[in-house]
Design a protein around this ligand. Structure first.
Ligand SMILES: Nc1ncnc2c1ncn2[C@@H]1O[C@H](COP(=O)(O)OP(=O)(O)OP(=O)(O)O)[C@@H](O)[C@H]1O
Length: 257
């Protein structure tokens, strides 16, 4: 078994992923420090989503292992990995469009407690009240409280993404993975989401963010890893990454600002 280093909550060790003849990930060694926000950036097709999918068990690596707090995740099913305390906000929101917004947020809390999306008729009313209150508080935090009775399907794309974030937060994950959390949002909604993610940061939750918007990355990240053609070409503090010539090169000569 691969040992987790102290303070390193997640370690992707020597991960490779091939799709047929295509090397989507090569020699990945990624260490995520507990309580920090770690951004993964890189040009289109660099392998960012593949890496996230390997971490959450949706895609098996061709070789290598992912270790979360001393537990090897490789070979586990996505729901088992979720139960260990890892949640992910997807690029395309996965919500229940026909249910009210509030019920969307409550549903994962039952899964958190029961280990499955099932309704336990013997569940105490108090517990249900507590979950409802928790869901209402989170909706308040993310600015969707006024929409709690509306069908989730009627929300704008940006609000659906925030709803999905609320559905992750109620699970109280130890590690939150965010795949382009502000994609499709207006500048105003993007800034509101940055503020919300900052608030979550102060709660000590570890976060991994994949993001193209450098304003979001540099507003939130404690550390940044840069993927290009399936390899991590640089990893470090935001200022180090900004000044790294290899990173500038990976962005086709453009500057990372
Ligand atoms: N299921 C799959 N089958 C075959 N090839 C795949 C599959 N998933 C991804 N790829 C390929 O692997 C490479 C990495 O893709 P990936 O989606 O991980 O990149 P990305 O960095 O997330 O890109 P983007 O920023 O555009 O979302 C690409 O060449 C992509 O075409």
């Amino acid at each position: 078994m691969i040992e987790a280093t102290p303070n390193i909550i997640l370690h992707a060790a020597d991960v490779h992923k091939n799709f047929g003849g295509l090397r989507a990930l090569s020699d990945i060694d990624l260490q995520i420090e507990e309580g920090k926000t770690h951004a993964i950036i890189g040009p289109n097709g660099a392998g960012k989503s593949t890496l996230l999918n390997v971490i959450i068990g949706r895609i098996p690596p061709s070789s290598g292992a992912v270790v979360f707090d001393g537990t090897v995740l490789t070979g586990k099913a996505p729901h088992e990995i979720n139960q260990l305390g890892i949640s992910r906000v997807f690029q395309t929101p996965e919500i229940f469009p026909d249910l009210p917004v509030l019920h969307n947020v409550m549903a994962p809390a039952f899964a958190r407690r029961d280990g499955a999306f099932r309704v336990n008729l013997l569940r105490s009313i108090d517990s249900e009240r507590q979950i409802r209150q928790e869901a209402e508080d989170i909706l308040d935090d993310i600015g969707l409280h006024g929409r709690r009775g509306d069908h989730a399907g009627s929300l704008s794309r940006g609000d659906k993404r925030r709803l999905e974030l609320a559905m992750c937060l109620i699970q109280r994950p130890r590690l939150l993975l965010l795949d382009e959390p502000t994609a499709g949002m207006s500048r105003h909604d993007t800034n509101t989401t940055i503020e919300l993610l900052r608030k979550i940061k102060s709660s000590g939750m570890t976060k991994v963010i994949i993001e193209h918007d450098m304003h979001v990355v540099f507003s939130l990240a404690d550390r940044i890893s840069v993927l290009a053609q399936g390899r991590i070409i640089a990893s470090g503090l935001p200022q180090e990454i900004k000044e790294d010539p290899r990173v500038q090169q990976a962005y086709l000569g453009g500057s990372v600002q």
